[in-house]
Write a protein that binds this ligand. Sequence first.
Ligand SMILES: Nc1ncnc2c1ncn2[C@@H]1O[C@H](COP(=O)(O)OP(=O)(O)OP(=O)(O)O)[C@@H](O)[C@H]1O
Ligand SMILES: [Mg+2]
Length: 638
Amino acid sequence: MPGPGRGPGAHGRPMQKPKNTKKTIFRLVRYLASYKLLFVFVFISILISSGASVASSYFLQPVLNDYIIPMIGQKSPDLSGFIRLLSMMFCIFVAGAIAGWVNSRIMLHISSKTLYKIRTELFEHLEKLPLRYFDAHTHGELMSRFTNDIDTIRDMLSQAVPQLFSSTLTVVACFVMMLRLSPALTLLVIITVFAMIAVTGIVGKYSAKAFREQQAAIGKVNGYIEELIEGQKVVKVFCREEASKAEFDTLNDKLCAAGTKANTLANILGPLMNNMGHISYALTAIAGVMLIIRGKMDLGRIASFLEYSRSFKNPITQMAQMFNGILNALAGAERVFAVIDEQPEVDDGYVTLVNANILSDGTITESFLPTGQWAWKHPHHDGSITYVPLKGEVQFENVTFGYEKEKTVLHEITMTAQPGQKIALVGSTGSGKTTITNLINRFYDASTDYEGGSKIRFDGININKIKKADLRRSLGMVLQDTHLFTGSVADNIRFGKLDASLTEIEAAAKLANADYFIRHLHQGYDTVITGDGESLSQGQRQLLAIARAAVANPPVLILDEATSSIDTRTEALIAKGMDSLMQGRTVFVIAHRLSTVRNADKIVVLEHGRIIESGSHDELIAQKGRYYQLYTGSFAAS
Ligand SMILES: Nc1ncnc2c1ncn2[C@@H]1O[C@H](COP(=O)(O)OP(=O)(O)OP(=O)(O)O)[C@@H](O)[C@H]1O
Ligand SMILES: [Mg+2]
């Protein structure tokens, strides 16, 4: 796992401004556009609930002016009109509440569905990205696209968007009503609202900075915890518990300080707004009373106006406080879209692998039923199609490659593996063995941008012309780091061939000599593996990986140090199984063990990305070169 330098991005995202707000908003709107009809309902329900809140303030005037004030002092007042008015108010309240509920339910539905769609697109696209992309982005960073960023979008869609709608409506309606009741008092309210927005802006600016610091501190603490959990064994081996605790304390102290600062500011804002609201309310009331004294106003009007001014101010301050959240969510959406827009792994291959009938005279015809024989279907410019039997010949010609432009890892590698040959790649660590296998299956592409450019041919066809899926289908690989998925043992082997029957799976396991240990697991082939096969030993995991490659039954097999963590007795078993697995296949094997290397048809010795020697075991020993040194030195030791 990548450790240092992961930064806050992995866990907590610092507050970031979107780079192109308009574009991101349009893109989000496009997602929402498929819910046009639902938005009509959302709009209607917002209209009703905002209308209800405006109406309740409106009724205050007739309630006071027409009923309560005239009734003061009356012995037996006629309450029927008053009750009618109250019942109407009650009905409006109920309608408003129902509309509010409907609105939030629909928005929840829309936002969940939209996020579902975005998440699916994100995942599907991630699967299409080239390995290069994963080299340049940490796991944590990509994970936070699915967690933090999607979460901020959810908050925005389900809360901020409807809030924005209803707030705008309420604000406009209240403004109109206030103007009708008293333009002078409206001016007073507007002035106080501007003061409140200014204060929110100032405090918000400082608190955004403090929150950024808090997010960064959270990121560091989380990153440290994650690293420590992963490296728990190393910590214990070197008795680093105390030291790591001290390091954690330092990070934790920083988080505590940053958190206090950020939240102090944020907590001030609420009460500050409330108090400013109260003051403005009181000022408006005083001004109103003065107007009454002068006979320019009545009590009902003032009461109504005060209610409107409250409904007018609340959404404005709420929106001001939500502003940072919206910016944050837009920045999150932008990051998600950036991944979705990332250039996928290009596959311009047009040569495909097809079932074939190969007759004794060499003629090949395509078959649409499985025949057990395969051929490359190669369409040409003139419209003709040729078929080349799948044999498993691999040729490297002047292959030069670097993961990064500045650093060349392989230098002009030229070698040929005849069908059925076993090629052993040896060399010290970092010499480029795994890199060679990465090029054969086109995890990475060799550079062709120089004179006499790199060419890799598979059965005589440039692998760049072969469709990637078909190329990879013809290659079996046991990677240096075995990876198992959550599922049963049988499922994990079946990964190599999805339609494999249980008999095929067992046969493959037997071939890899994995059958014996699998039968001793408590539920045999049905034993469920979780967490990347942590309950299995390294050797067992590798045996499963070999079985997985075996079940696919490919003509070319690549084994990257597949036998390195297996004891000598098991190794002998595997060697036997492997020999039968290797029968009739071209095999590239990377191994540190002499027994695996020794009987190879050709041994290729690599040093700093160059082939320095190649030949059979006996030839290389006779040469007394690097292989001889390796053989008499490190090989003897291992
Ligand atoms: N994904 C990558 N991005 C950048 N550089 C890489 C990457 N993978 C390997 N390298 C570099 O390429 C060089 C060759 O690595 P490679 O994995 O091919 O070595 P190897 O011969 O398989 O070593 P080992 O015996 O340790 O497995 C090394 O210098 C390594 O640092
Ligand atoms: Mg390697």
